[in-house]
Design a protein around this ligand. Structure first.
Ligand code: AMP
Ligand code: ZN
Length: 471
């Protein structure tokens, strides 16, 4: 039984390893920071699963009337690739033979479009790393003044991990267990005092692009400092909830915590109250990677004629804390289900919405599933029962209308999502013509050809209808 004064949302906090209530520390709005994309390539649907997590939190809180302020950074400098020890943006610029900033703006724009395709509400602010360099320099100066950072012989500035007593609390890594030479970002030959220290600022060396002047010489920021600097600046010194994918727990968030805590005024306080991590998405049993050839983008989903909101549905059918395996057939099944529900809703519109007490009770129950550490699988199970339930059409209508802002599944719209490859379109047209001419032999053969393309055709009183076949 929930306490009367319980917050509407509780989540599993990685730092305390407990489910804790999400609260606005200033009593006004819950301040959320979600690590954003590195804009040297398209976000894949795994990245989007993590970005959706912030949207689920936001919708759950807003549904209960709680205000949210969400900041998400755009990393367009300083994220070093583990494989090549090269800035990901500059590496992409070399491959594409373009200016890194123009690449960044293009992928940033696509990131916003992909989020919109999943009904992820925009953050309140998207600060770009390249435009927050002064902020990072101030933070680094501050850390140096407080004795948490030093300049190495190579000119780079390092965070002194031995000065931050609880280093490792977030990820469970202990300083003495982190072996010298372990690679978790990029190596700094010999300039660090201690193997677990990391660069806050890298000396430019041979690098000619994306570098800035600082009191310690020319260079560029390390990856972790951007999130400390931006989150504390744009959320006014306190983050109520910090969100990211599970791989960011270490070293990114561990290092961010070590940087941010000394930057806030009260010593011993946590700059971030709660840490929320989403598990990874697999596709057809494997980690999404270029080498496996299974990196799936929103545009791949759209190219198959599938509504990207089906992806949102699939993600919600799985708890954020579990690794999830996705397949084309589950996206297809979600697509078909959503289409059916949307059609049913159009039929229920013939009745006026009936806000009965049992409607209100179900809405509350579903909102509580979201509040219970985002138990969206349970919430979806309850949503599934509505269509074929004993509720009247007016009640079903009222339920869909009340719940759509929470689920974000566009249940109230009939969507024109039937985008078809040209070949299939031509076959469908030929089949409709064959039927009109009562040439059933041709129409059956065309049906078989369409089946090979994964398309199922049904003949109804209103003519032929098609859908993508579920395997
Ligand atoms: P990136 O653009 O690589 O910096 O990643 C953006 C976000 O996606 C981070 O929060 C990552 O933790 C997250 N992420 C990366 N791969 C996956 C995956 N396969 N499933 C879910 N989230 C992921
Ligand atoms: Zn971050």
């Amino acid at each position: 039984m929930k306490r009367a004064d319980a917050a509407p949302l509780a989540i599993y906090d990685t730092l305390s390893r407990e489910v804790r209530e999400v609260r606005a520390s200033d009593g006004k709005a819950v301040r959320i920071y979600c690590c954003g994309p590195t804009v040297y390539r398209d976000a894949h649907i795994g990245n989007l699963r993590t970005f959706l997590l912030a949207d689920l939190v936001r919708r759950s809180l807003e549904f209960s009337g709680i205000k949210v302020k969400l900041v998400q950074n755009i990393t367009d400098v300083g994220h070093m690739s583990e494989d090549f020890e090269e800035d990901k943006m500059i590496a992409a610029a070399k491959v594409e033979k373009r200016d890194p900033y123009s690449i960044a703006r293009e992928y940033e724009d696509r990131f916003h479009k992909d989020c919109a395709a999943l009904n992820i509400k925009p953050a309140d602010l998207y600060p770009r790393a390249s435009e927050c360099i002064e902020l990072m320099i101030d933070s680094i100066n501050n850390l140096m003044a407080k004795g948490f950072a030093y300049q190495g012989e190579d000119g780079s500035v390092y965070f002194d991990s031995t000065k931050f007593e609880s280093y490792g609390a977030l990820s469970g890594n202990r300083l003495d267990a982190l072996k010298p030479g372990h690679r978790y970002e990029f190596t700094e030959a010999g300039a660090k005092r201690f193997h677990a220290d990391w660069a806050l600022w890298k000396a430019a060396g041979e690098r000619k692009e994306m570098i800035w002047d600082t009191p310690w010489g020319r260079g560029f920021p390390g990856w972790h400092i951007e999130c400390s600097a931006m989150s504390l600046k744009y959320l006014a010194g306190k983050v109520d909830l910090h969100i990211g994918g599970i791989d960011l727990r270490f070293p990114h968030h561990e290092n961010e915590r070590a940087q941010s805590n000394p930057l806030i005024a009260g010593s011993g306080e946590e700059a971030v109250t709660l840490w929320l991590h989403g598990e990874h998405l697999l596709f057809e049993g494997r980690k999404m990677s270029k080498s496996s050839g299974n990196v799936i983008l929103i545009k791949d989903v759209v190219a198959r004629g599938l509504d990207p909101i089906s992806l949102r549905f699939c993600f919600m059918e799985n708890r954020y804390r579990s690794q999830m395996d996705l397949s084309w057939s589950s996206i297809q099944a979600a697509h078909n289900l959503l289409e059916r529900w949307r059609k049913s809703y159009q039929e229920w519109l013939g009745d006026s919405a009936l806000h009965s007490s049992r409607v209100a009770a179900l809405v509350t129950e579903i909102a509580q599933e979201f509040g219970d550490d985002l138990d969206t699988p349970q919430a979806i199970l309850k949503l599934r029962t509505i269509e074929r339930s004993e509720f009247s059409a007016g009640e079903k209508r009222a339920l869909f209308e009340a719940l759509d802002p929470l689920f974000g599944l566009n249940l109230l719209e009939l969507r024109a999502t039937k985008s078809l490859p040209d070949e299939a379109r031509a076959l469908l047209e030929a089949r409709a013509k064959a039927r009109a001419e009562r040439d059933f032999k041709s129409s059956d053969s065309l049906r078989e050809q369409l089946a090979i393309l994964g398309i199922e055709v049904r003949d109804t009183a209103d003519g032929q209808e098609w859908s993508w076949r579920v395997n």
